[in-house]
Design a binder for this molecule. Structure first.
Ligand code: JFZ
Length: 507
């Protein structure tokens, strides 16, 4: 049958088709050509990125002149993020911009910090070289607003890079794209939903003067990044922040070229997804849904719950210890403060979903790490030293998420990290349906990491899906534990007949 198309039918068809393509996100088959989207589909496979993937746990440090007020000024306390103190309303900009003249952290000892991070079990550090206020912890040639012009005078970034590198902890440089100290800096107009739909009509600047001044800021930003990689070649990567503002988003092409330039001068450089947007203003994931740059930079509020939510990307997640405080705040009574077990749970969860967790510290204005953080680092480290095999280099396991906690897998061992101990002391493990025909999973061996003892296991039956259940019996030494514990399992796929033999041997 030949269908006659009338102009009206053509119009109708076109409308339907175009509505369809708007309503559905661009799928893998319907790719939109991009100049400044992701330059690679899928994960990096080189040794530097492989090393990144095995870190498991990292430390973040927010340090700068905001540590001097520590959230308080003239007897008043602000619950505002301490590192944003300049905008808190408690201090004038003039007062804040002169704080650096008193920055003299006489107790600062980079080696002490690095040894503590090592003891905590951190394998990488992200360090604030420059936060939104623009103050540089290294003696940048391109501004006077640096550590060189404080009473302290010495290069802090260098001491950090040297001390952490000496402890075998890789260093990543945090760099804020927002810089309130630079005359050419401008946030641009905020990106609105309408801007996104009509990109062509969007302008970051409504006057030529701001636009011209922003060019000086771009040059300054490029100079500083090249300077950082030149001065600190041991740094493994860059962690960008403040890249959400309109003026920067509009610079997609320029930022893309800068990223390529930085990669060329520093082979293996690792850059997260918070550096640049694509030409449509899309951040993190480009217009086609592909991750921009090397890994997804997440925050605790979007710690994923399932592997599907990670999009199969490399990712890490940074977290504060008190709520929403990254820089030093004198008063930690204002919000909930995470415990070492909260942080350990986030760490194990992240690794079970193929990500790393990064715990933030905010040292004070004298260069001390506060006692609460020291205690948290020590207790986290004590647990990591005993159970780190469940984290370092361990990734998603074939076990689905279960009530008792999280499963990770490394080199054929499955690690169950138990956060919720069942009151009946039978820890039920569900092994999925086998991928081999007529086979099931058996537990070949199970061992409590804390005691080194083998676990007794009861057969827990199976369900219609073919999944098999096992009940691990928790003995008295494990029942009385008040901390998360790890069970090491060896799982094997066997025939039903062989399963019976295994079961005999185990119980
Ligand atoms: C940014 C900064 O403004 C803040 O001061 C701190 O340095 C932090 C690490 O980064 O704040 C953010 C940015 C994004 C999210 C949360 C805090 N987020 O997407 O959840």
């Amino acid at each position: 049958m030949i269908m006659k198309t009338t102009p009206f039918l053509t119009f109708l068809l076109c409308t339907l088709l175009s509505v369809q393509s708007i309503a559905q996100p661009a799928g893998k088959t319907n790719r939109i050509p991009l100049k400044h989207g992701a330059h690679r589909i899928g994960k990096r496979t080189d040794p530097d990125m492989q090393r990144w993937r095995e870190y498991g746990l990292g430390q973040f440090i927010h340090w700068g002149i905001y540590a001097i007020p520590g959230g308080q000024w003239n007897g008043k306390t602000s619950s505002y993020a301490a590192e944003w103190f300049r905008s808190s309303g408690l201090i004038t900009h003039e007062e804040y911009d002169n704080l650096y003249k008193n920055f003299n952290p006489k107790h600062f000892d980079a080696t002490r910090w690095a040894k503590q991070a090592k003891q905590m079990g951190a394998r990488y550090l992200i360090f604030t070289t420059k936060h939104h206020d623009g103050f540089c912890l290294w003696p940048s040639k391109y501004t006077n607003y640096t550590i060189a012009n404080t009473p302290y005078g010495k290069d802090i970034v260098k001491q950090i890079v040297d001390a952490y590198t000496a402890e075998g902890i890789d260093v990543y440089l945090y760099f804020s794209i927002i810089d309130w100290s630079h005359a050419g800096y401008h946030p641009g107009a905020p990106i609105t939903a309408a801007d996104r739909l009509n990109w062509a009509g969007y302008t970051a600047f409504d006057n030529e003067e701001d636009k011209a001044r922003y060019e000086t800021f771009k040059t300054f930003t490029r100079n500083q990044l090249i300077e950082l990689l030149t001065n600190y070649p041991e740094a493994k990567g860059l962690w960008f922040d403040g890249s959400w503002e309109g003026a920067w988003i509009k610079e997609a092409a320029w930022a893309d070229a800068l990223g390529e330039e930085l990669r060329a001068m520093h082979p293996g450089l690792i850059i997260g997804s918070r550096f640049r947007a694509d030409e449509n203003g899309k951040r993190h994931e480009d217009t086609n849904g592909d991750l921009i740059d090397d890994y997804d930079q997440r925050f605790e509020r979007n710690l994923p719950n399932t592997l599907a939510q990670t999009g199969g990307n490399d990712w890490d997640c940074v977290t504060t210890i008190p709520e929403n405080q990254w820089g030093y705040h004198r008063d930690w009574s204002l919000t909930y403060v995470k415990t070492p077990y909260d942080l350990i749970e986030m760490t194990v969860k992240a690794n079970s979903l193929n990500g790393n967790l990064v715990i933030n510290f905010g040292p004070d204005g004298d260069g001390n790490i506060r006692p609460e953080e020291t205690r948290i680092a020590r207790e986290t480290g004590r647990w990591m030293a005993a159970n780190g095999d469940a984290v370092y280099g361990a990734h998603h396991s074939i076990l689905e998420k279960q009530d008792w906690g999280y499963a990770t897998e490394k080199d054929g061992t499955t690690y169950l990290t138990v956060f919720n101990k069942p009151v009946n002391n039978l820890l039920r493990v569900k092994a999925p349906r086998s991928t081999e025909k007529d086979q099931v999973y058996v537990i070949q061996s199970a061992r409590f990491r804390t005691t080194g003892k083998t676990a007794a296991i009861k057969d827990g039956g199976r369900d219609k899906s073919g999944a098999v259940y096992y009940d691990i019996v928790l003995p008295a030494e494990i029942r009385k534990l008040e901390e998360p514990f790890v069970i090491e399992l060896k799982l094997k796929q066997v025939s039903q007949k062989e399963k019976a033999a295994y079961q005999q041997a185990l119980t």
